[in-house]
Design a binder for this molecule. Structure first.
Ligand SMILES: Nc1nc2c(c(=O)[nH]1)N[C@H]1C(S)=C(S)[C@@H](COP(=O)(O)OP(=O)(O)OC[C@H]3O[C@@H](n4cnc5c(=O)[nH]c(N)nc54)[C@H](O)[C@@H]3O)O[C@H]1N2
Ligand SMILES: Nc1nc2c(c(=O)[nH]1)N[C@H]1C(S)=C(S)[C@@H](COP(=O)(O)OP(=O)(O)OC[C@H]3O[C@@H](n4cnc5c(=O)[nH]c(N)nc54)[C@H](O)[C@@H]3O)O[C@H]1N2
Ligand code: SF4
Ligand SMILES: [Mo]
Length: 767
């Protein structure tokens, strides 16, 4: 801001959870030059090619610049902020008094790089008495979180920099990353003859192509493959008994089930030779260190929660935890699972949940989230407890969640729907009100996806631009809404403002005294901090105010890791020191410095022992020998709907012009299947599922095995270009998916396992 074109400004890439540090040059409101930031403690200058596309997000033609209200005919009219805030506050209030706060559903909270806004949304949700939430984690990670809670009770992350053996299950880090400097680390493992890369993926992904062992299983058979591997460990006596004796409980209870696994039969089911499985199990057992990453290929397929359990057995039975090169407990600045439960910002008191299950579908609530897949069922019902209203914040459920058609219908059936976004998304097009947020480069922003060990990094980005006229930062939007509801006013701020004039120590004392006196100070802490502290922060940084509270809570809850990182001492001073470091650390701050012993302290079971025995999972394991993989005769292909490619980033970038080379949005298909269909590379095919039928361009590639086809994620968006016309390129994957196809426990979708059919269309061949 206010600098010459040559100045390099620090920021970060927002296209995946890694959020690599960037240095950029700007011209007017454009980002024109981009390079990696060498000073960023985690990414160290690394970037992938997607980082170069930041301006397509910042200057997308369908960015919003005014609050919008839906007319009866489905078109939108711009309205003023005052009108929007007044009407939205009134309508939510009316719904709350008629049906209770439990009738209001919240979806979202942030994308890959913007989590500060969610802390402020939390205040508004508390004012509404909101009880039910969901976000993208509840369509991928909730099964894993549930298993992790039962086994370890802490979040963990692998050490791919130092592990001797890296295992990727349904994960293609070459394209999707998931840890810092992924391509560099993958190459290092590939080159080192003493280290091994094991990939479980039906497809020869870029990562699989580098692997020492690529287990190209039949789609959807991870559970059989992993059960066989765990069975071999026990049956060949490769288990680290002494280690388990010292660190784990429950082995005796699970050993009989693992001993009973019919290895040859399971090997045949997953399509991998038994001898290869034995070799891989021995490699894992014999390694000095192993780190395992599971992702969507398994999490969005059949038996996903069981798979999360079985893969953990592989490294726990062999003693790979709490050492260099293995998984370790990460120390979050703010736990996303706590945040999902409504424990954001400086408020440590969880909101009391009325029930642990969703009101209509009776679905399990994990980390405070209802499964994404049940949202339409919760709305499209005549159940008295159905949801009547929804607030969507930085999420695009119509495009991203299973069964777009039903999601659209559900949103239209609500009495009130409000979307807070930067762009006119597929979801915004169905909402009663759309509120324009300023972009992630127009306010202070940050991610809470902090997954480094031992030195964990938090990066507060400073804005590159003034807000686009007509837009507001989320903190301001939610503060206005809560004030319009009459929940907060100058009376709550004034005493704290007076204390702050004497300095932040006086402020801290006044703040904690007010918390003790007035419980709502805690309830609305992020918004109060924004109103009181925000205006005193450097220009454009007012949205960072809630981090003062986050920093205070963090140093209290994680004294050791904080002190080692230089933030020790009495809490208000240590918290203040960390807050200052965050504000001024343009390339990010190491806020936690952990030791491997901390990974054991973090195991939250009696005596810090890992628990191997999860009865629900043993019951599922038992079914594998009896129940074959579901198959649909009329839809013989397995479609993986949502592959990560070089030109996908969920829906953060909507303008397809960011795609530079090669074809866009193709359906990948094996040469064998193409030959059987008589279809040429580049030919347009009809792809049908039980939900929909679309046209796709075939890309014939040996990456795919026969019977398996794959479409990219985040494409087929309705993008309104600068000429005002809406263009759609590629296929919106969730037009094809079915919300009822989901995990028995976590309700996570089977997007990677959609039964499909392919037909040739006459003889047309597209270029
Ligand atoms: N370029 C890019 N990177 C991204 C994103 C993006 O949109 N674009 N999104 C980010 C997000 S939100 C996430 S969650 C991650 C996801 O990251 P990943 O999970 O790595 O991404 P996917 O390509 O969806 O799925 C990974 C692999 O699963 C395989 N697969 C399909 N079916 C099966 C199966 O039955 N079993 C097994 N074992 N594998 C199977 C696919 O062939 C694919 O190679 O990526 C993040 N990074
Ligand atoms: N079939 C199928 N479906 C999938 C997947 C798949 O593999 N297959 N992958 C799934 C996965 S893993 C994920 S994580 C989800 C992601 O799906 P969503 O949770 O819907 O996430 P995004 O598409 O990234 O949506 C983020 C939204 O935030 C908006 N936004 C960007 N910046 C800001 C900001 O500063 N403020 C506000 N308020 N909004 C902003 C963007 O415009 C966008 O609409 O998609 C899922 N959907
Ligand atoms: S997409 Fe992910 S890995 Fe690539 S530059 Fe951006 S943050 Fe880094
Ligand atoms: Mo995701």
């Amino acid at each position: 801001m206010g600098t010459t074109a040559e100045t390099w400004h620090k920021t970060a890439c927002i296209l995946c959870a890694v959020n690599c540090g960037l240095e950029v040059q700007t011209e007017g409101r454009r980002i024109v030059k981009i390079r990696g930031d060498e000073a960023h403690p985690a990414s160290q200058g690394y970037v992938c090619e997607k980082s170069q596309r930041m301006d397509y997000y910042q200057n997308g033609a369908d960015r919003l610049d005014s609050p919008m209200r839906r007319r009866a005919d489905g078109s939108y009219e711009p309205i003023s902020w005052d009108t929007a805030v007044r009407e939205i506050a009134e309508k939510f209030k009316a719904i709350k008094s008629q049906y209770g706060g439990e009738s209001i559903l919240y979806y979202g909270g942030g994308g890959q790089g913007n989590h500060l806004g969610g802390a402020y949304a939390d205040g508004f949700l508390k004012a509404l008495g909101n009880q039910y939430r969901s976000n993208a984690l509840a369509q991928e990670k909730t099964g894993e979180f549930w298993v992790q809670g039962r086994m370890l009770g802490t979040g963990v992350h692998g050490d791919y920099e130092h592990c001797e053996v890296a295992v990727f299950i349904g994960k293609n880090p070459w394209q999707s990353h998931g840890f810092a400097r992924a391509r560099v680390l993958l190459r290092e493992i590939e080159k080192d003859p003493k280290r091994s890369l094991i990939v479980i993926d039906p497809r020869r992904s870029e990562t699989a192509a580098m692997a020492d062992h690529h287990l190209a299983i039949r789609p959807g058979t991870d559970a059989w493959c992993l059960a066989a591997l765990a069975g071999i460990l026990v049956q060949e006596n490769l288990v680290a008994h002494a280690w388990l004796e010292q660190h784990a409980s429950g082995y005796a209870e699970i050993a009989p089930a693992l001993n009973a696994i019919p290895i040859a039969e399971f090997a045949a089911t997953c399509g991998i030779e038994e001898s290869v499985l034995r070799q891989v199990a021995r490699r894992i057992a014999g390694a000095r260190s192993v780190s395992v990453y599971e992702d969507l290929g398994m999490q969005m397929s059949v038996h996903s929660t069981l798979g999360s359990y079985l893969q953990r057995l592989l490294w726990l039975l062999t003693g790979h935890y709490g050492r260099p090169g293995t998984s370790n407990a990460i120390v979050p600045l703010l736990s996303l699972s706590k945040a999902s439960k409504g424990e954001t910002g400086a408020s440590s008191k969880p909101v009391k949940r009325v029930e642990k299950r969703s009101p209509v579908a009776n679905a399990k609530i994990i980390i405070g989230l209802i499964p994404c897949n049940v949202i339409p069922e919760e709305i499209l019902s005549d159940h008295p407890k159905r949801y009547r209203a929804m607030l969507v914040h930085s999420g695009n459920p119509v495009h991203s969640l299973a069964d777009s058609q039903r999601m659209r219908e559900a949103i239209r059936a609500l009495e009130l729907s409000v979307v807070v976004d930067v762009a006119m998304t597929e979801t915004a097009r169905e909402a009663d009100y759309v509120l324009p947020a300023c972009s992630q480069f127009e306010k202070a922003e940050a991610t809470f996806f902090n997954l480094e060990f031992p030195r964990n990094v938090f990066h507060l980005r400073q804005p590159l631009f003034e807000p686009l006229p007509g837009t507001l930062p989320e903190a301001e939007i939610y503060a206005r809404l809560v004030e319009a509801m009459g929940e907060l006013s100058e009376r709550d701020y004034a005493p704290l403002k007076r204390a702050l004039r004497l300095g932040r120590t006086a402020f801290a004392l006044a703040f904690f005294a007010q918390v003790a006196r007035k419980p709502k100070t805690m309830k609305y802490a992020p918004l109060i901090l924004y109103r009181v502290l925000g205006p005193t922060l450097p220009k454009g940084m007012d949205s960072a105010a809630a981090l003062w509270g986050v920093a205070q809570l963090y140093v209290q809850g994680n004294r050791r890791a904080a002190a080692r990182a230089g933030f020790g001492g009495l809490p208000p001073f240590a918290g203040e020191k960390l807050f200052r470091a965050i504000l001024s650390g343009a390339s990010g701050v190491v806020y936690a410095d952990s030791e491997h012993a901390d990974s054991w302290r973090a195991v939250s079971h009696p005596d810090h022992r890992i628990n191997l025995h999860v009865p629900e999972m043993l019951a599922e394991l038992e079914k594998l020998a009896r129940e074959p993989l579901p198959q649909d005769r009329d839809y013989p292909y397995v479609l993986s709907a949502g592959e990560r490619r070089s030109d996908t980033s969920n829906t953060a970038v909507r303008d397809t012009a960011w795609h530079r080379r090669g074809r866009y949005g193709t359906l990948r298909i094996s040469p064998q299947d193409a030959a059987a269909l008589g279809c040429a590379d580049g030919e347009t095919l009809r792809l049908s599922t039980r939900r929909a039928s679309v046209e796709v361009v075939a890309e014939v590639t040996p990456m795919m095995q026969p019977g398996h086809i794959s479409l990219p994620n985040g494409q087929g968006l309705d993008y309104r270009g600068s000429d005002g016309r809406i263009a759609r390129r590629g296929v919106a994957p969730n037009e094809l998916t079915d919300g009822r196809q989901r995990d028995f426990l976590a309700g996570t979708p089977w997007h990677k396992h959609v039964p499909a059919r392919l037909e040739r269309i006459a003889t047309e061949i597209s270029a």
